[in-house]
Structures are given as structure tokens and as C-alpha cells.
Design a protein around this ligand. Structure first.
Ligand SMILES: Cc1cc2nc3c(=O)[nH]c(=O)nc-3n(C[C@H](O)[C@H](O)[C@H](O)COP(=O)(O)O)c2cc1C
Length: 222
């Protein structure tokens, strides 16, 4: 096959000194270490322009064959938010009262979570992330590649952008999530990937005490 690739000069990589690079890397590390998953949000509003910039950041993520197999549904309607909370809490009630294995519930015990999800209505920002399995290419199903990996990376970009802007986030994965596709009327080539909640933390917000694995445990140099 003859390649139809076109190329342009790369821009955006200034030749910083090692000192500047290390300073930037360290600053990013320090700020990243402050990120925590928040489950108790203030109702204080967040300007649309901030969320928009963060969504645009997510859209810069790399993706398999540049297929960008993601859709971000920014749910602003209070009616829709109410429906999502109702459906999510119904699923979670079943989850906590029997569907989840004892092992799974044991793993969650440290977070003190239950089937009450007030943030689904109270937090100022809700973004439902959908993964696109295939595109409709003139009536033919064109498969997307590395969908989960790509959407995960884009969601990571989104979480980092929101954190960088000073907003707290909650990655929420009610199980199962099919109700999101129904309520948000997504086409059948998309599956609900996760719900991202964002906003300012409540003034008396508490977070569970957790530890992160050590560098030595996680990083192997060969
Ligand atoms: C894929 C994924 C799914 C998650 N699902 C939930 C969830 O449904 N409910 C919840 O309260 N937290 C959820 N979390 C948040 C994790 O519990 C949290 O990231 C973890 O405990 C580490 O805490 P930290 O984010 O404060 O570092 C999820 C996180 C990820 C990455």
C-alpha cells in the first residue's frame, strides 16, 4: 500500500535547561501528590469556560490510530442529573446488598462508601465519558483500535486538567452503567466508560487515609 502520510515541522518543544526541566517536573509532581478523590462537594458553581478548557485538554490525548474514540457528555440538566442519581442509587443498592462479592465489599470498606450518591445532583460538574467501539463508515462498521486504553488516557488528561485548575474530582463507576447510555440517549456504538464528578470540595471535606505504593515497589529498572 502506498503511504499517503503528510508531515509538518514539530513545534512546542523548547530546549529547556535540565534545571528548568527538573523544576517543572518537580512542580508537577508536588501538585499531583495533592490530588485526592473527593466524595463531598460544595454546591459552589464552576465557570463553564474552565470545564470547557479541561475538556479540550482531554481531547489532546493520544489515541490508537488517532481515532479519538471518546464522547464526553457534560450533563447540565438538573432533571437528567436527578434521573441519573435515581438509576445509579438503584444499581448501587443492589450492589451493596448482595450483588458485590464479600471480597469486593471488603476492598471498598476503607472508603466508607455506600449506596447514597448525593454528589450526582449536588456537585456542579458531571461529565459522563463514553467509549466508541466503532464508527459508522458509510453504513460499514469500522472498528476502533485500543478503545479502552485511549479513553483511559483521555480521562486521565481530563482529571489532571481539572486538578490543575483547582477542582476536585471523583471517578465514579456505578456497576453496571448501561442506564447511562439509556438516559443520555447514546448510540449503540458507544458504551458508558465512567462518570466524572468535579467541583470544589465541601469546606469540611474529609478523605479516607490511604497509602500509595512506593517507587521501589512499582518502578523496575532493567
Ligand atoms: C476506574 C476507577 C473507578 C472508580 N470508581 C469509584 C466509584 O465508583 N466510587 C468511588 O467512590 N470512588 C471510585 N474511584 C476512586 C478510587 O477509590 C480512588 O481513586 C482510590 O481510592 C485512590 O484514592 P485517590 O484518588 O484519592 O488517590 C474509582 C477510581 C478509578 C480509577
Amino acid at each position: 500500500m502506498v503511504s499517503d502520510a503528510q508531515f509538518q515541522p514539530l513545534s512546542g518543544y523548547p530546549a529547556w535547561s535540565e534545571e528548568v526541566m527538573l523544576q517543572r517536573a518537580d512542580e508537577n509532581l508536588s501538585h499531583s501528590q495533592l490530588r485526592r478523590t473527593v466524595r463531598d462537594f460544595s454546591k459552589a458553581p464552576v465557570a463553564d469556560s474552565i470545564v470547557e478548557a479541561c475538556l479540550k485538554t482531554a481531547m489532546t490525548a493520544p489515541s490508537g490510530a488517532n481515532q479519538q474514540p471518546w464522547t464526553f457528555v457534560w450533563v447540565k440538566s438538573t432533571d437528567v442529573r436527578q434521573k441519573i442519581r435515581g438509576a445509579a442509587e438503584a444499581e448501587e443498592r443492589e450492589f451493596y446488598s448482595g450483588r458485590a462479592s464479600t471480597e469486593w465489599l471488603d476492598a471498598l470498606a476503607q472508603f466508607g462508601t455506600d449506596d447514597h450518591k448525593p454528589f450526582l445532583e449536588d456537585a456542579p460538574v458531571m461529565i459522563a465519558v463514553f467509549a466508541e467501539a466503532w464508527k459508522n463508515n458509510g453504513g460499514r462498521k469500522a472498528k476502533n483500535y485500543y478503545v479502552s486504553e485511549s479513553v483511559g488516557i483521555a480521562t486521565g488528561f481530563l482529571i489532571a486538567a481539572l486538578h490543575h485548575a483547582g477542582l476536585a474530582t471523583l471517578t465514579h463507576t456505578p456497576s453496571p452503567m448501561k442506564f447511562l447510555s439509556d438516559i443520555l440517549q447514546r448510540p449503540d456504538n458507544e458504551r458508558a466508560y465512567l462518570l466524572l464528578i468535579a467541583g470544589h470540595p465541601a469546606t469540611d471535606c474529609q478523605v479516607p487515609v490511604i497509602t500509595k505504593r512506593s517507587y521501589e515497589d512499582v518502578v523496575i529498572v532493567r
